[in-house]
Design a protein around this ligand. Structure first.
Ligand code: ATP
Ligand code: MG
Length: 343
C-alpha cells in the first residue's frame, strides 16, 4: 500500500506496515480450527456465515451458530471447544487489557480543532456516529477520513485500508483526488485502497457487512464508513406497524458493526439522519433529533451532532461520549476536505 509520492514517505509507510503485521496476532484465522480436528467443510460453513476469525466466533451465541445450515448442536460444541484452545475467551489481566487499548489508533479528521474535541481523532475499535442537518458536512468528513486513514500513524493516520458502504449514493471518488493531494498522497493509490459498495436495501447493506469480514481478515483495514446507516431502513419499513421489526433488524446490523469494530480494530464512522422532534418544545425554533431511537443511541460509542455555522463553517458538538466533555469545535469544508476554520 504505497500511497505516498516521495521515497522518504514510502519508507515511513513500510515501517508502519510492520507494526500492523505484528498486530495480526490479535486475531486468529478461523481455518486454524482445521488443525484442531474440525473438518474443512464446517470451517467453510462458518466463513459463509461471515465468521473468519476465532475471535469473531466468540461473538456469536450457540443459538445463532446452530442456526447455520449444516451445523448441528454437537458440531457447534466441538467447534467452540476447539476455538477455546486457540484463543482466550475468558478473563485477561488489566495489563493485557492495556496492551489491547494500545492497539487503538485515532485517525485525524483534517481539522486540529475537531481532533482535539475527539481526544485525537476518530477512534478504532469504536463506532462514531455523526448526525445533523443536510449539508452539515457528514459525508465530507467521510471522504476526508477515506484519505487520512491511509496516512502512517506518525502522521495521525491509521495506516490502513478503507471500506465504504454508501446507502444514499453520495460517494464521489473525484472528491478523493484533491483531498489526497492536500495530504501529499498519490490519488490513484489512495483510491485503490478504498473498497466501495452501493447498497440498495437494508438486506443488501447487512450482506455487505457479512462479506467484509473475509476481506478484513486478509488485509489491514482501519476504517469502515456507512453513509448513512438508517436511510434504507426508513425506506424499507414505512408502515407504522413495522416499527418494531425495523428496530429489531437495525439492532442486528448495529451489533454486526460493533463486532467488526472490535474484532478487526477498525474505526466505524456512520452517519445518521435527523427527524423533527415534536417534543422538542415551543422555544426551540427547529427542534431535531437523531433517527433510530434508543437502538441507535446505544450502539454508537461516540455521538456527534453537526450543524451549519457562518458561510462554509460547520460546528460539531459532542452529543454523547463515555470519556469526552460535552464541548464544541468549529471546522470548515474546503476543496481539500475537512480543515480548521479560518477566522
Ligand atoms: P446530507 O444530510 O444531505 O447527506 P451532509 O451532512 O452529508 O448532508 P455534506 O455532503 O458532507 O453534507 O456537505 C455538503 C457541503 O459540503 C456543501 O455545503 C458544500 O458546499 C460543501 N462542499 C462539497 N464539496 C466541496 C468542495 N469541493 N469544496 C468546498 N466545499 C465543498
Ligand atoms: Mg451526506
Amino acid at each position: 500500500m504505497l500511497a505516498f509520492k516521495s521515497e522518504e514517505q514510502s519508507q515511513l509507510q513500510l515501517v508502519e506496515r510492520e507494526e500492523i503485521e505484528d498486530e495480526d496476532d490479535l486475531f486468529e484465522a478461523i481455518d486454524k480450527l482445521i488443525s484442531h480436528g474440525i473438518n474443512a467443510g464446517d470451517v467453510k460453513k462458518l466463513q459463509d456465515a461471515g465468521i473468519y476469525t476465532c475471535n469473531g466466533l466468540m461473538m456469536h451465541t450457540k443459538k445463532s451458530l446452530t442456526g447455520i445450515k449444516g451445523l448441528s448442536e454437537a458440531k457447534v460444541d466441538k467447534i467452540c471447544e476447539a476455538a477455546e484452545k486457540i484463543v482466550n475467551y475468558g478473563y485477561i489481566t488489566g495489563s493485557d487489557a492495556l496492551l489491547r487499548r494500545k492497539a487503538v489508533v485515532r485517525v485525524t479528521t483534517g481539522s486540529l480543532a475537531l481532533d482535539e474535541l475527539l481526544g485525537g481523532g476518530i477512534e478504532t475499535s469504536a463506532i462514531t456516529e455523526a448526525f445533523g442537518e443536510f449539508r452539515s458536512g457528514k459525508t465530507q468528513l467521510a471522504h476526508t477520513l477515506c484519505v487520512s486513514t491511509q496516512l502512517p500513524t506518525s502522521m495521525k493516520g491509521g495506516n490502513g485500508k478503507v471500506a465504504y458502504i454508501d446507502t444514499e449514493g453520495t460517494f464521489r471518488p473525484d472528491r478523493i483526488v484533491p483531498i489526497a493531494e492536500r495530504f501529499g498522497m498519490d490519488a490513484g493509490a489512495v483510491l485503490d485502497n478504498i473498497i466501495y459498495a452501493r447498497a440498495y436495501t437494508y438486506e443488501h447493506q447487512y450482506n455487505l457487512l457479512l462479506g467484509l469480514a473475509a476481506k478484513m481478515s486478509e488485509e489491514p483495514f482501519r476504517l469502515l464508513i456507512v453513509d448513512s446507516v438508517i436511510a434504507l431502513f426508513r425506506v424499507d419499513f414505512t408502515g407504522r406497524g413495522e416499527l418494531a421489526e425495523r428496530q429489531q433488524k437495525l439492532a442486528q446490523m448495529l451489533s454486526r458493526l460493533t463486532k467488526i469494530a472490535e474484532e478487526f480494530n477498525v474505526a466505524v464512522y456512520m452517519t445518521n439522519q435527523v427527524i423533527a422532534d415534536p417534543g422538542g418544545g415551543v422555544f426551540i425554533s427547529d427542534p431535531k433529533k437523531p433517527a433510530g431511537g434508543h437502538v441507535l443511541a446505544h450502539a454508537a460509542t461516540i455521538r456527534l451532532m453537526f450543524r451549519k455555522g457562518k458561510g462554509e463553517q460547520r460546528v460539531c458538538k459532542v452529543f454523547d461520549a463515555p470519556n469526552l466533555p460535552e464541548a464544541e469545535a468549529v471546522f470548515q469544508i474546503t476543496p481539500g476536505g475537512i480543515a480548521d476554520a479560518k477566522d
